[in-house]
Design a protein around this ligand. Structure first.
Ligand SMILES: C[S@@+](CC[C@H](N)C(=O)[O-])C[C@H]1O[C@@H](n2cnc3c(N)ncnc32)[C@H](O)[C@@H]1O
Ligand SMILES: [Zn+2]
Length: 204
């Protein structure tokens, strides 16, 4: 009888041969296309260790990980990103989007030499995360926030081309706002912010 071969499940970094890491000259390194990439083509699958919100918090609070390197794929499920998945930068006018749980695809034809960038905000559920943006695009939002801060017309575009993660489609249906239009954060998110505030100051 043939013996079973056990393959240990582990995350590994696969780098698309059409990508190369280069210095952006504005915000560290980034991934650039070494060949033309066609609209709709899969560019990358985000990989890493699958962890809970609780474990993600633990890693950020202990200083083991940076908050940007924990990528959300479900309501309370994250990936502690592997090396290659940490290289992509943000743009407010992205040429790549994320769909399903973790699949990056080309939103348009990307020419050889162009940097591959996605909209970080589209992958962040309502929270108080923010980041200064230096993308330099005409419609740069300057200060990035979670998905609820993306202009409605842009969000509509992401939806129409399928550029939203599955969990995010669900999150968007459940977003509640107060009378002033501010997003009401879920309880578990507030608890996480409270913990994070002991480490990094997040205004609420
Ligand atoms: C996941 S890393 C991307 C790789 C990073 N450029 C590097 O050299 O390691 C995310 C970090 O890159 C920088 N970054 C990415 N996109 C940016 C943007 N549009 N404007 C300013 N900084 C950006 C920020 O420092 C952010 O915390
Ligand atoms: Zn920008």
């Amino acid at each position: 009888m043939a013996s079973k071969i056990r393959i240990k499940k582990q995350s590994f970094s696969w780098i698309n041969p059409k990508l190369e890491i280069r210095n952006t000259g504005k915000y560290g390194k980034g991934f650039f296309a070494t060949e033309n990439i066609k609209k709709g083509e899969i560019i990358h699958i985000f990989k890493g260790e699958k962890i809970s919100l609780k474990e993600g918090l633990k890693r950020v609070l202990s200083g083991k990980e940076n908050i940007d390197d924990i990528f959300q794929i479900g309501k309370k499920t994250y990936i502690d990103l592997d090396y290659s998945s940490r290289i992509f930068n943000h743009s407010c006018d992205p040429n790549a989007g994320i769909r399903k749980k973790d699949e990056m695809f080309a939103l348009e034809n990307i020419k050889k030499g162009e940097e591959v960038v996605y909209d970080y905000s589209a992958t962040v559920a309502p929270t108080k995360w923010s980041m200064k943006c230096k993308c330099g695009s005409k419609n740069c939002r300057k200060i990035l926030g979670d998905i609820s801060t993306i202009p409605q017309n842009q969000l509509k575009k992401y939806r129409s081309v399928g550029s939203l993660q599955n969990y995010m489609v669900d999150v968007l249906k459940k977003i509640r706002r107060d009378r002033k239009g501010n997003v009401i954060l879920p309880e578990y998110e507030l608890a996480a912010i409270k913990k994070l505030n002991q480490k990094v100051k997040i205004k609420i």
